[in-house]
Design a protein around this ligand. Sequence first.
Ligand code: A2P
Length: 343
Amino acid sequence: MNRYNIAVVGATGAVGEEIFRVLEEKRFPVGDILPLASAKSAGETIEFNGKSYRVEELTESVFNGRDIDIAFFSAGGGISAKYARYAVEAGAVVIDNTSQFRMEDRVPLVVPEVNPEDIELWEDSGIIANPNCSTIQMVQILKPLDDLYGIKRVDVSTYQAVSGAGKSGMEELVNQMKDFFAFKLDETTIKTFPHQIALNVIPHIDTPQPNGYTKEEMKMVNETNKIMHSNFAISATCVRVPVMRSHSESITITFREGVEVSVDMVRDVLSKFPNLKVIDNLEQSIYPMPTISSDTDYTYVGRIRRDIFSPNILHLWGVADQVRVGAATNAVRIAERWIELKD
Ligand code: A2P
């Protein structure tokens, strides 16, 4: 069996650490490992498959002569913009977790359960983009339903965990809760989010856009249609909530005129789709929640209801671990498909 040399840029971050965990769990055929981060972390070690690897500083030349096959980038858009090309020039395929290249025509944007065929375009740029975390879990639900009925419009509100802002987001929630219990919340530090996130709900993720939406909301709009090769209408409202990891989404789907939604058929197609789990029994208080999805590789769907007034409208609730399904696991699933193509 071939073995692949792997670089992880952002190896000390929330998603970088999870990439190593997923590679280990999936028994990915790893040859050598090159963990990369900023100068501040150089010299630290990470453990992988029982061996220690030294973290090195990301530089323009660090990929040279290292024979890297796959470079996962997860250190922010600016870092990908500056350094991804050096990894590509050194012969690696870059699987990029940031939004830097997602909407470029030459760069495939892939959720392997939805559009695996697009991976074939990787050679155009040497880069495969990993979509936005909220988008990944939503398109896994939309794809089988679009195949069933044909989607006309999607309206989604997200309830996004602090893990989406990396380790600093998780630390900020923990520190603010500590300050709350110490009766010091009024003097707590607010740095990663625009407001206090502890005991709060913030309807603002990423930068404001001229059209009144946020960048996160526009990612969901644009990336969904690119991944699904569709052009249906989408509106998103993205909200940060004080949950550690796992994003939840309330999704309303309007199908083509004339469709009469059957909840049983919807359940059936969703439960047959790879990596989706339907858990839906309101009477028994069974539905997806972050406590169920966190640390798993599944996207959970429940609260499946036909609209009270319009038979072509469906409402449901989807939850997935943002660090895994929304980032690390999707990236490794892309790498697995890329390997199948190459071998
Ligand atoms: P470091 O720990 O050395 O700062 P998170 O998303 O959890 O905040 O993690 C961000 C990741 O990106 C970390 O691994 C961080 O490394 C890395 N990173 C941040 N800035 C740089 C940089 N200038 N060069 C390389 N890696 C960086």
